[in-house]
Ligand binder design. Structure first.
Ligand SMILES: NC(=O)c1ccc[n+]([C@@H]2O[C@H](COP(=O)([O-])OP(=O)(O)OC[C@H]3O[C@@H](n4cnc5c(N)ncnc54)[C@H](OP(=O)(O)O)[C@@H]3O)[C@@H](O)[C@H]2O)c1
Length: 261
């Protein structure tokens, strides 16, 4: 068998080199604000076309599309509404005819000590995040398999590894994402689809805006680099996993300024 005979050799070698963004298509969930919006901007800077998924923040993705004509497709995906998930993935593929990279960044958060948290609310966090991830991935895999340097990046959290009080539900979902990603990496290796997790520490976004000053100071003090991370720093790490990390699969990249050490 050789390349000309169509044995996949060419595709095999191409999977070892970053492809450059031109022509590529990425779907980024939670692209309306915070880390997801940063990832979308960094991918666009690399020339990657971005399907920017929003739940309620349509306007900001539409604005991004206006700034990058022909490069951004706003897509509605609600993790809590499974019907929107596969429909959204199919819409991206119908529009651009390909999907090379999937960045699962959106997540729902709700917290409280286990013994004080309403059990239904607790399960909603675990189920919405985990079911949402699995549903989007299931819909995307057939398209990714045909992509160039195909990759899946799941935005997890160091909280899934080391825990945090008041976060048993969120941390359970984030820990599950690691087992999910590692198993999926094994399932998709033969198709050259890389699957990795990015585990940020504390980052300045809407999600952490309500952290009380006392807790914030304690976190900053416990972080080796002495501060919260920025959206740009986390976005660059996500783009590294999605685009450049051609020998990484099943890995967890921690980006927490040393907080979890
Ligand atoms: N910030 C941190 O310190 C930190 C630390 C570790 C991990 N993370 C992880 O990083 C990721 C992004 O967090 P962030 O801080 O950027 O959050 P954020 O600023 O609160 O933004 C959340 C994003 O997720 C989307 N979203 C929320 N619920 C959704 C749902 N049910 N369906 C679909 N989309 C939904 C929102 O969409 P709309 O605006 O359109 O509603 C928004 O784009 C999350 O996975 C989070 O767990 C964050």
């Amino acid at each position: 068998m050789n390349q000309a005979a169509g044995d996949g050799t060419d595709r095999y070698h191409r999977s070892m080199t970053p492809t450059g963004g031109e022509g590529r298509v990425a779907l980024v969930t939670g692209a309306s604000r915070g880390i997801g919006a940063g990832i979308a901007r960094h991918l666009l800077d690399r020339g990657v076309r971005v399907a920017g998924a929003y739940r309620s923040g349509r306007d900001s993705v539409v604005e991004l599309a206006a700034r990058h004509p022909g490069q951004v497709l706003p897509v509605h995906l609600d993790l809590a509404d499974p019907d929107t998930l596969s429909a959204g993935v199919d819409e991206v593929h119908r529009h651009w005819g390909r999907l090379d990279s999937l960045v699962l960044n959106a997540a729902v958060w709700d917290g409280g000590r286990l013994t004080r948290m309403d059990p239904d609310a607790w399960w909603r966090v675990v189920e919405t995040n985990l079911r949402g991830t699995a549903t989007i991935v299931r819909a995307a895999v057939p398209h990714l398999i045909a992509g160039e340097n195909p990759s899946i990046v799941i935005v997890g959290s160091v909280v899934g590894e080391i825990g945090f009080p008041g976060d048993t539900a969120y941390a359970s979902a984030k820990a599950a994402a690691v087992g999910f990603a590692r198993s999926l990496a094994k399932e998709l290796a033969s198709k050259k689809v890389r699957v990795n997790v990015l585990a940020p520490g504390f980052v300045d976004t809407d999600m952490t805006a309500a952290v009380p000053a006392g807790s914030r100071n304690a976190i900053v003090e416990a972080t080796l680099l002495g501060r919260f991370g920025t959206v740009d720093e986390i976005s660059r790490a996500a783009v590294f996993l999605a685009e450049d990390a051609t020998f990484c699969t099943g890995t967890v990249l921690t980006a927490d300024g040393g907080w979890s050490l």
